[in-house]
Ligand binder design. Structure first.
Ligand SMILES: C[S@@+](CC[C@H](N)C(=O)[O-])C[C@H]1O[C@@H](n2cnc3c(N)ncnc32)[C@H](O)[C@@H]1O
Length: 266
């Protein structure tokens, strides 16, 4: 189900000389109440989610984000290859935002259970406001320091799939949060996510890149699909390429994997 139709916003992108910004610094203006100009960064998710339909208008209608569809398709293809029904997945959707990936998983692929997780309450409020039938539950939590109670609650869902779309790296979900979520997935479960293409480039020595590369090539993931595709357009209209990855988590991952991976020298 698509979010209830809302009025369109008057969105203005800044002049080209402001475009040389990191992806998490990019901003735009919206004109509200006739003339009031409000400046919002792409990563001011709280401000964006407070305005129904703005996230969809900006990232999906204007910047043509294709990632939930792409990651959902590859996940289904991997399960077909493994002769496992996607309808039996119990999914934790990390960095769920207002539910764009959740909508694809529930309505297009028919997963059995779906729990969202995000670090800001505005995301959960927007998901329940705009897509009330998508998530069975939704955690607002910082996965870098999940409380034992939250961890117990999460264990009770017996997740066998982790998804994270348009949410890893770039000041969003750090390696520790992703690793904690991955640890909640049962052995033989699935993981499906996307990352910016430079994260797989050896020249990128950020903690997140090192962790992801070590993980992909480790014995703990059995990769079914790794595909480079156009995630969305930049503000200037250039394609931004990402990798979508679907893998099976083969077994429990030692707790020190994260620290070891981030410490590895290339
Ligand atoms: C670009 S949105 C993606 C939302 C949705 N997955 C989609 O595909 O449209 C990134 C989301 O990640 C969330 N996020 C950022 N840091 C996070 C963290 N440490 N833990 C959980 N969620 C986080 C943000 O609040 C935001 O809702």
């Amino acid at each position: 189900m698509r979010a209830a139709k809302t009025s369109r916003y008057r969105v203005q992108f800044p002049p080209a000389d402001a475009h040389d910004l990191q992806q998490d610094e990019v901003f735009f203006h919206i004109i509200e109440n006739g003339s009031q100009e409000v400046r919002i960064r792409f990563h001011d998710y709280d401000q964006i989610y407070l305005r129904p339909g703005l996230y969809e208008q900006l990232f999906y209608d204007r910047l043509k984000c294709a990632s939930p569809t792409k990651v959902g398709e590859l996940l289904e293809r991997a399960l077909n290859t493994a002769s496992e029904p996607i309808t039996e997945l119990r999914v934790l959707d990390l960095g769920a935002g207002n539910g764009m990936m959740g909508e694809v998983l529930k309505n297009r692929h028919g997963v059995a259970r779906l729990v969202g997780a995000d670090i800001i309450v505005e995301a959960r409020d927007a998901a329940f406001r705009d897509r009330p039938d998508v998530y069975d539950d939704y955690y607002v939590a910082d996965f870098t320091k999940l409380s034992p109670q939250d961890e117990d609650l999460a264990q009770e869902w017996s997740f066998n799939c982790l998804t994270s779309v348009a949410a890893l790296g770039f000041g969003d979900i750090p390696p520790k949060a992703f690793f904690t979520a991955l640890q909640l997935i049962k052995p033989q479960g699935w993981v499906a996510f996307n990352i910016k293409e430079t994260f797989l480039d050896r020249s990128d020595q950020s903690g997140f890149s090192r962790f992801i590369r070590e993980l992909i090539f480790s014995e703990y993931l059995e990769v079914y699909h790794l595909e480079r595709y156009r995630h969305r357009l930049s503000m200037e209209g250039s394609p931004l390429f990402y990798y979508a990855l679907v893998a099976r988590k083969t077994s429990s991952i030692p707790n020190d994997f994260l620290t070891q991976a981030c410490a590895v020298d290339s």
